[in-house]
Design a protein around this ligand. Sequence first.
Ligand code: SF4
Ligand code: SF4
Length: 87
Amino acid sequence: MARGSVSIVVERCKACGFCVEFCPSKVLALSSAFNSKGYHPPHAVTPEKCSGCDLCGMYCPDFAIHGFRTDKPAAKSETEKEPDDAC
Ligand code: SF4
Ligand code: SF4
């Protein structure tokens, strides 16, 4: 399953709420904390649900948030067999 993470630049946020509204996985909510401009930036309330789709980043008018994929190829423990052709 695709996994992702979301990065928030708190000081750029103007608390429009677009990212909260449009996140398909309902990862985000506006925080009760203030940034230095007096806005409530979002925070991830269910970060484990983030797919890294970056819809939040596409909707944010202030480039204050972006999502990214963190899924790595399944950790295959394929230990390569060393060729043993010592002819
Ligand atoms: S869309 Fe951007 S400016 Fe609006 S609340 Fe989210 S992070 Fe803040
Ligand atoms: S990257 Fe996608 S799933 Fe993650 S917080 Fe942003 S909109 Fe939601």
